[in-house]
Design a protein around this ligand. Structure first.
Ligand code: IPD
Length: 258
């Protein structure tokens, strides 16, 4: 965790600088409404160099750089240099760095760092989840009608518009509120911190969720795919919530999808 937090802090320096000078960034498209900027590339370069320096053998799955095999086949970093790229590029301050560590195919540790608020969310399997020094626990809410959920809304070029509208219709009438903040890693960190009671999204990538899954689990919450299993990284479908609300949320989403 120290290695991960150190790397995140170092990469955050260029991110914050770039955020202050958005007009100078070079931005290109990876696909429809899928942007990459010189800020993503710079931050990812720092993260990769720092993590490699500390653990030379570990492999990588990088949002921008893809899969890089390491000599140590049992460890892999899963890295998103900016989760919430669209927010970042629009000057909306909800974005973060996300670093997950997989050990023997299992998500083992996670760091989600929101540099503007200096919020360092971190968790290691069996050791609990923390925001800076403070221990985290998911919310205790039991009633859907008192609960707030976050989600991701598909956009231009992303499939799943119709199923999402059905899910939203099923959930919104039952709950106190649905939010769309624009960073999946922070959405999961907020569930871990008890700020939100749950989060769901489909079509999500491993680097958006790897760290956040560990945070939610270590804060006492549940994270599954839409079948109630653990294949979130493979399916790209994720449902996270506190221990009381996970089943009701999953049931609503499943019935909405038919
Ligand atoms: C995106 C964010 C967003 C989610 C999208 C992701 P990116 O990641 O996490 O909240 O709804 O599905 O693609 O592109 O900013 O790294």
């Amino acid at each position: 965790l120290n290695v991960m937090m150190g790397a995140a802090r170092k990469a955050a320096r260029s991110l914050v600088r770039d955020y202050g000078e958005l007009e100078h960034l070079q931005v290109s498209m990876k696909g429809p409404a899928d942007f990459v900027s010189s800020a993503d590339i710079r931050a990812e370069k720092t993260l990769r160099a720092e993590l490699k320096k500390a653990r030379p053998g570990f492999g990588f799955l990088l949002e921008e750089g893809g899969e890089i095999a390491g000599d140590d086949k049992s460890h892999r970093w899963i890295v998103d240099p900016i989760d919430g790229t669209t927010n970042f590029l629009h000057g909306i301050p909800n974005f973060c760095i996300s670093i997950g560590l997989e050990r023997d195919g299992e998500l083992y540790a996670g760091v989600v760092y929101q540099p503007l608020g200096d919020e360092m969310f971190h968790a290691e399997k069996g050791a609990g989840a923390f925001l800076n020094e403070r221990r985290l626990r998911v919310s205790a809410r039991r009633k859907m009608e008192e609960s707030v959920f976050t989600t991701g809304i598909p956009f231009h070029g992303r499939p799943g518009h119709e199923p999402f509208l059905k899910e939203l219709a099923a959930v919104m009438g039952q709950v106190a509120g649905v939010r769309r903040f624009g960073s999946a890693a922070l959405d999961l960190a907020y569930v871990a911190a008890g700020r939100c009671d749950g989060y769901w999204e489909s079509g999500i990538k491993p680097w958006d969720i790897a760290a956040g899954v560990v945070l939610v689990r270590e804060a006492g919450g549940y994270v599954t795919d839409y079948d109630g299993g653990g294949r979130m990284l493979e399916t790209g479908d994720l449902v996270a919530a506190n221990d009381h609300l996970h089943q009701p949320l999953l049931k609503l989403l499943k019935s909405a999808r038919g």
